[in-house]
Each structure stands twice: as C-alpha cells, then as structure tokens.
Write a protein that binds this ligand. Structure first.
Ligand code: KIV
Length: 259
C-alpha cells in the first residue's frame, strides 16, 4: 500500500487529518506545509469556471489543474476528483483513473457515491489505485443541496454506503453535509478515516475549499469559516499599484535596467 495512504489511515483516532482543496501550484505549495491531504476537487468547476454544476467539469480540466498542483505538493497525499461520467462503469473508470494517475502522478482518486459504485471501487482498488469515497451531498448528481441524515431511512442508507465503501477497499471517505450524530456514528463504526465538510467535528479530519477559507469566493455556506479576506488584500495592493503607475512612482530606477 502507498505509504502516504497508510499514514492517513493510521491517523484515525490519533490525530485529526487536515485537508484542503488546491487547483494550482502556488497555492498547493503553501498548503503542503500544513496539510495531510490535498484534494484537486471538481469544485474548481464552480470556483474557477462559474459552472452551474460540477457535471460540466471534464477529465482534461482535472488533469491539467492536477499537473500544476503536483508541482507544489511534496509531502501531502494528493487526491484527484474523478469528474462526472468518467466512472460510469468499472471499465471506463479503470481506463480514466489510470490516465489520471499516470498524467498527474497523484496518489489516488475520489469518487462520489455509495452502493451504486461499489463494483467500480473494487475494480480500481484491485488495480492498486487508492480510492477515497464521498457520501452525503453528492454535488455531481444531487439536485437539492440540503444536509443529509434528516430521516432514519436516509441515515441508514448513508451508514450502509460507508460500510460498503470500506469493504470495497476505499482508504477514506468524505462526508459532505452529513448530520452531526450520523457523522459520529459513521466515524465510530468504520475503521477508515472520515473527512468532514459541513459534517461536524465528529469526523476524523476536515476539508474545505481553499478559496472559501481565504475569502476568494462568494460562497456563504454555513460550514465555511473565512480565515482571511485575501480578496481585500489583493484589492489594496492593486489599487496602490495603479496609483503609483499613474503618479509615475513605479517603476523606480532600481526596477529598471541601465547600461
Ligand atoms: O470538489 C471538492 O472540492 C470536494 C470537496 C469539497 C470535498 O469534493
């Protein structure tokens, strides 16, 4: 088993797993100092391309962003989201996941779903491709984005999906917007780590979209904490640059070449 994957699994019940998304090298190289796992999420579809749904994200786009992220990631486990329709059956999934692994040199892939994708997860794992699961809100296919686990039947289904994913060989599972008590139950009942987004502190680790955390997106989700307003900082710097260019204060002699 990939040593980095093993390290993530071993963290369960010992220390919290720190995860963030990254879509490019410069940001990824900063995150790599602090994260255990960096995810090239297909959330880049909405964050960077204003797509209405992650359904529009293509494999090529994921591969290109992942190649850039790879340049910045030295120590963290790097996982790439398989976009919608690229894992519709085991054969297609294997072909595409192999391509992603080869072109991006990532450590594994993430797939959304439970029972329906079990044969796919098994095929990838059998072919030595580490798989991260993703249950709760499934942005690629869900029509309504409200939290999961309100009703008993839904809770039982999600719990069962996580058990099936574990059995199929997934090394970890993202719980997206899963109700607090249900995320506790899942985390207690499976042996692989749960990584929460909007799923409470009960999970073994946490993930957020980096642009939400640094104030570079318009998203105002309940589960997001904005740690800095980087858009304000960029605004201030660009405003000052504009003023200095207009007033001929920039560039100075030290910024210029002379024979
Ligand atoms: O696409 C993504 O960024 C994700 C995370 C939010 C877990 O799936």
């Amino acid at each position: 088993m990939n040593i980095k994957v093993k390290k993530i699994i071993n963290k369960k019940k010992k220390s919290k797993i720190v995860c963030l998304t990254a879509y490019s090298k410069n940001v990824a190289s900063i995150l790599d100092r602090y994260c255990d796992l960096i995810l090239v999420g297909d959330s880049l579809g909405s964050v960077l391309y204003n797509y209405k749904s992650t359904k529009e994200v293509t494999l090529d786009v994921m591969i290109n962003h992942s190649k850039s992220v790879r340049l910045g990631v030295k120590k963290s486990l790097m996982i790439v989201d398989m976009p919608y329709n690229t894992y519709r059956n085991p054969k297609v999934a294997l072909k595409n996941a192999k391509l992603v692994m080869k072109k991006t040199r990532c450590d594994g892939v993430k797939l959304e779903g439970g029972k329906k994708i079990i044969s796919i997860v098994k095929t990838l794992v059998k072919n030595k491709i580490p798989v991260m699961g993703h249950v709760g809100i499934l942005p690629q296919t869900d029509k309504k984005f409200s939290f999961k686990g309100k009703k008993l039947r839904e809770s039982e289904k999600i719990l069962n999906d996580t058990k099936l994913l574990e059995k199929a060989g997934a090394f970890s599972i993202v719980l997206e917007c899963v109700e607090t008590k249900l995320s506790k139950k899942i985390t207690e009942q499976i042996k692989i780590p749960t990584i929460g987004i909007g799923s409470s502190a009960n999970c073994d680790g946490q993930v957020l979209v980096i642009d939400d955390l640094i104030g570079m997106s318009e998203n105002k989700f309940k589960f997001v904490k904005k740690y800095v307003d980087i858009s304000k900082i960029i605004d201030g710097a660009v405003k000052k640059y504009k003023s200095e260019v207009q007033k001929k204060q920039f560039p100075q002699a030290k910024h210029s070449f002379k024979n």
